[in-house]
Design a protein around this ligand. Structure first.
Ligand code: G3P
Length: 219
């Protein structure tokens, strides 16, 4: 089974604008390993340049609506698809949307070549979103995001339960928040996750490529 690593560039100075290009060029030089898929979630204004650096590997950090039209300030699935963006995070703790928006976007992208990664803050949301049958649900406890205690250390029993819920629904489970080390990857995998999301552990590292390489090697 393929293990997915999503590096979320967030809106950090180190990974936005010209520094987004630099960061991405550095990270795509990381070793490739069969059975490991790495995607990069970049900010909206960096999507087009990022697609030319890492085709097929770029996802958006959020998406607003399905179609293009009279939607001021929006980022639509339609636009992302024609721009070569492979998918999007949705409902990240730092960019929450309503349950009905999640439902509409999931139904509207179902069967399309556009992957949604629906973020859930707790088991209740994991259950609700998994029942919509997206490709992926991503469990991230908000209080651990950006910290040094990883989700796999702090919430092992919730990951196991989330993994069981996702398995029943034929949905893949990603986990994130506080992930920093190869050990976090190994533990997440043992608990039933089929991938991780990581931001500060790579993007704010003094050696981002080395940080990502050690995660890839651990899979
Ligand atoms: O989307 C991933 C992110 O929220 C996790 O952040 O800094 O804890 O790896 P971080």
């Amino acid at each position: 089974m393929t293990f997915t690593i999503i590096v979320n560039f967030k809106h950090y100075r180190q990974s936005s604008g010209p520094d987004c290009d630099r960061m991405l060029k550095n990270l795509v030089s990381c070793k490739k390993k069969s059975g490991v898929d790495v995607y990069y979630a970049v900010g909206p204004s960096d999507l087009r340049s990022s697609v030319s650096i890492a085709p097929g590997r770029i996802i958006a950090q959020s998406v607003d609506t399905l179609s293009m039209g009279a939607y001021t300030g929006s980022l639509s699935v339609e636009f992302l698809k024609i721009s070569g963006v492979a998918g999007s995070l949705l409902n990240h703790s730092e960019k929450r949307v309503s349950a009905s928006t999640v439902k509409d976007l999931q139904e509207g992208t179902s069967g399309q070549k556009f992957q949604l990664y629906i973020c859930a803050e707790n088991l209740e949301e994991v259950r609700a979103f998994a029942s919509m049958k997206p490709g992926f649900v991503a469990y991230e406890p908000p209080e651990l995001i950006g910290g040094d205690i990883s989700v796999s250390k702090a919430k092992p029993e919730i990951i196991s339960e989330a993994s069981a819920i996702c398995r029943e629904n034929h949905v893949e489970l990603l986990v994130g928040a506080g992930v920093k080390t190869a050990g976090d990857v190994v533990r997440s995998k043992e608990l039933g996750a089929s991938g991780i999301l990581i931001a500060s552990g790579v993007v704010l590292s003094s050696d981002p490529a080395n940080a990502l390489n050690s995660l890839i090697e651990a899979v």
